[in-house]
Design a binder for this molecule. Structure first.
Ligand code: NOJ
Length: 750
């Protein structure tokens, strides 16, 4: 039985048990049981108002845990973040368990975003694998390493849909697509939390609720203006999927949407998350996002925003100190009901009990080291980095034949940048454990690698290319490792210019001019605008910051021990002025009539003119690479697509099939993608929506019948009448290797 099945059975049994014993009437999303609820009530009954409010207070220990010992002793802290030293965590837990009145353990949180010590590719790279099982495995590795040191709560996965690569936090999520984001989010929740609660279970925190990725202008923290249609059909589904997968906690976001900051947004937290989805886990604010409601001008002072946040459904305050300072007086003044505080504390205690913290508050500090960077963790990180790389261009230069290229020039600012290849949010990854491409290549080809950095600094300094060009002349092949430093993406690191920084493009052009074969590998936190660089290399491999084992993974790909199979989880733009451009856009009244889009217009389109359509005079209508794109060292052909029926009922399953053939000379894996279009709806609908994907490995010449099942219910959307349902009518379906390929099959839903 799979872990997933075991967990589902566990959740189902817990729901039945809860209902039978007069527990919560609706199924628990976090898998609570009557026994857990009894314990919650028992603890709650003993708590003073001050102790309850203490549980709702989360503080950062980065200033030193000693500062908080007394507050823990007095029961004024429910959770700490940013402490990873197991000795210190044990000491704080000891104070909580032995010296505080009620012996409630602390919940210790940390941003374990793409690995703890062993760093995996950034989440955008994880999404490029289109491999939820592998992503789940990576999240489990992160949980095993982090929990060994006492961290039982990660602020991950970030489920923000991101359609603007200027936004630095695109690096931290799964890209532009709702379906892919949901599948990745579920996988990470399963991986962090494990199949059953045990001491390696790390509570997931799905964030940032909601819409944060739609920041105006791609500038972090900026306002968003999402309609309910966009929220419900694009931005909320990944959160709902992760709640259904059992996520224990959720974080509100910094942004205000249409004038309401998320941390005070009753509609999204109370009405949707709690009432519609039945979420009975813990809701935490983002760092001081309660306090920022004062900056937004949504509340006059910290007292007012504390009341607003509680009223919206927030349980725990991260670093505003608004609850701890004001809730007691708000209760006394009759502005806040104590029952609302009780509900928040129930949510917090429930999570602590489910994690087994009361039974296991301490870790074995001496043993904590032994699991860090375990060989199987490094192996998983390498495999993931291999699967996440996307081959954007190959004129035949890759894979290199190690027997034929004797002297290898390694150059570029990312060739030996052990910190930068870890990417953003890798607090605990130590650069001395990183294997860079240079290190991996030197180990593999002793004496055959010439290393000339080429650029001192990727951002500003004009390069002196003479040395590197001279070295290229002596080499059989040039491997240029380009990209952006870790610090150029992530929180508060937005960019208005998405070209390779500094003189990197000039360096590449100078290398190409030598006439030697040039392989460009780009390591970055976002899809950069690399159109101008493509002509200056024979092949381009794109590796969203690949983590600890990026070097060996890229060496394996370049020399053909691994074959690229990653696909773009986000549209690659030709120029930043095209933002936002994403495959799943709505159909306009005047679609661009280039050949590629003719099938989208359909036979009834009344347009007669090629002009006056939706495109740019200077850059046209298309991106550089569409969503879902990625080459292999082999080629694949999709033949004979078919559907089992022409007309389906709303409870049916659409069965689509095609034959996939590996038409090249090497083994390879193709990510088969299924897109659907709902031709007429009560709202205009996207031109295509991903509804399924799977990885198919084939030997040269091998053919396989690929059969996929799409429940008709998966075609439902929130329509103009405010309900979610499948609207009957005509649909189209594509089975293809990316979002811009394939011929549509037509079907109807009655
Ligand atoms: C602020 C970030 O927005 C959030 O993602 C993170 O989890 C918290 N800080 C805690 O570090």
């Amino acid at each position: 039985m799979s872990n997933k099945t075991i967990r589902n059975l566990f959740l189902a049994a817990a729901c039945l048990a809860a209902a039978a014993c007069g527990g919560p009437k609706r199924p628990s999303t976090v898998g609570t049981t009557p026994e857990v609820e009894r314990r919650v009530e028992q603890i709650l009954a003993q708590m003073t108002l001050a102790e309850k409010i203490g549980q709702m207070n989360q503080v950062s220990a980065d200033g030193g845990v000693d500062n908080y010992a007394e507050a823990v002793r007095r029961g004024q802290i429910g959770s700490v973040l940013n402490v990873v030293d197991p000795e210190k965590i044990n000491e704080m837990q000891r104070i909580a368990m032995e010296e505080s009145r009620l012996a409630i353990p602390l919940l210790v949180g940390r941003d374990v975003i793409h690995g703890f010590h062993t760093v995996f590719p950034i989440p955008l790279g994880l999404a490029a694998t289109f491999d939820p099982a592998l992503v789940e495995e990576g999240a489990r590795v992160a949980a095993v390493e982090a929990t060994a040191q006492g961290v039982r709560w990660t602020f991950s996965p970030m489920l923000d849909i991101a359609r603007d690569p200027r936004w630095g936090r695109m690096a931290e999520g799964s890209g532009e697509d709702t379906w892919l984001d949901a599948r990745m989010g579920e996988a990470m929740v399963r991986g962090y939390q494990g199949a059953q609660w045990d001491t390696t279970a790390m509570a997931a925190c799905i964030k940032h609720f909601v819409g944060y990725g739609a920041a105006e202008g791609g500038r972090d923290y900026n306002s968003t203006f999402l309609t309910e249609n966009q929220l419900r059909n694009v931005y909320l589904p990944p959160f709902e999927a992760a709640v259904k997968a059992g996520a224990l906690t959720l974080m509100t976001s910094f942004n205000d949407n249409d004038g309401v900051p998320s941390t005070g947004n009753r509609f999204i937290v109370k009405d949707i998350l709690r009432d519609e989805w039945g979420f009975d886990g813990l809701v935490v604010t983002d760092w001081n996002s309660m306090g920022e409601m004062v900056s937004h001008g949504y509340g006059a002072d910290r007292r007012e925003v504390a009341r607003q946040a509680l009223d919206a459904g927030v349980d725990m305050d991260m670093m505003t100190f608004g609850f701890i300072t004001h809730l007691e007086e708000l209760v006394r003044a009759g502005e806040v009901r104590e029952s609302a505080i009780d509900d928040a504390v129930r949510n917090i205690l429930r999570v602590k009990i489910l994690l087994g913290l009361f039974e296991h508050p301490y870790v074995d500090a001496a043993a904590a080291e032994t699991v860090q960077y375990a060989p199987e963790h490094l192996d998983a990180a390498r495999r993931t980095a291999e699967e996440s790389a996307v081959l954007l261009k190959n004129d035949g230069v890759l894979p290199l034949d190690a027997g034929r290229v004797r002297t290898i020039l390694v150059t570029g600012p990312m060739a030996d940048a052990p910190h930068d290849q870890l990417g953003t949010w890798s607090f605990d990854g130590q650069k001395q454990h990183t294997v860079t491409p240079l290190a991996a290549l030197r180990e593999r080809f002793p004496g055959r690698v010439i290393y000339v950095p080429g650029l001192k600094d990727s951002r500003e300094q004009r390069a002196r290319f003479d040395d590197v060009v001279a070295a290229a002349r002596r080499a059989d092949v040039v491997l240029a490792f380009l990209g952006e430093e870790a610090i150029l993406s992530g929180e508060a690191h937005s960019l208005a210019d998405l070209n390779l920084k500094g003189s990197q493009s000039e360096l590449l052009a100078a290398l190409q001019a030598t006439g030697k074969p040039v392989v460009a590998t780009v390591m970055a936190g976002r899809p950069l605008t690399v159109e101008r660089d493509l002509p200056h290399c024979g092949a381009m491999l794109y590796s969203f910051h690949p983590g600890t084992m990026g070097g060996p993974a890229l060496a394996n790909l370049i020399f053909g021990d691994a074959t690229p199979s990653g696909k773009t989880p986000v549209t690659f733009l030709r120029t930043v002025g095209q933002v936002p451009m994403y495959y799943s856009h709505n159909m306009t009244g005047r679609p661009y009539r280039g050949e590629k889009l003719l099938d989208e217009i359909g036979p009834e389109a009344g347009q007669t003119s090629l002009g006056n359509t939706s495109y740019y005079l200077d850059y046209g209508a298309y991106p550089l690479f569409p969503f879902g794109y990625g080459l292999s060292y082999t080629t694949f052909a999709y033949t004979e697509p078919s559907l089992d029926k022409a007309v389906y009922g709303r409870d049916d399953v659409v069965r689509a099939a095609c034959t996939l053939t590996n038409t090249g000379a090497r083994p390879g894996t193709e990510v088969v993608q299924v897109y659907v279009r709902d031709l007429v709806g009560s709202f205009t609908r996207p031109v295509k929506e991903l509804k399924h994907f799977e990885r198919v490995a084939l030997q040269p010449g091998e053919s396989r019948r690929v059969e996929v099942e799409i429940p008709v219910s998966a075609l439902a959307f929130w329509g103009a009448d405010g309900t979610k349902k499948v609207e009957p009518g005509d649909f189209q379906l594509w089975l293809a290797g990316d979002s811009a390929s394939g011929e549509p099959l037509a079907f109807k839903v009655e």
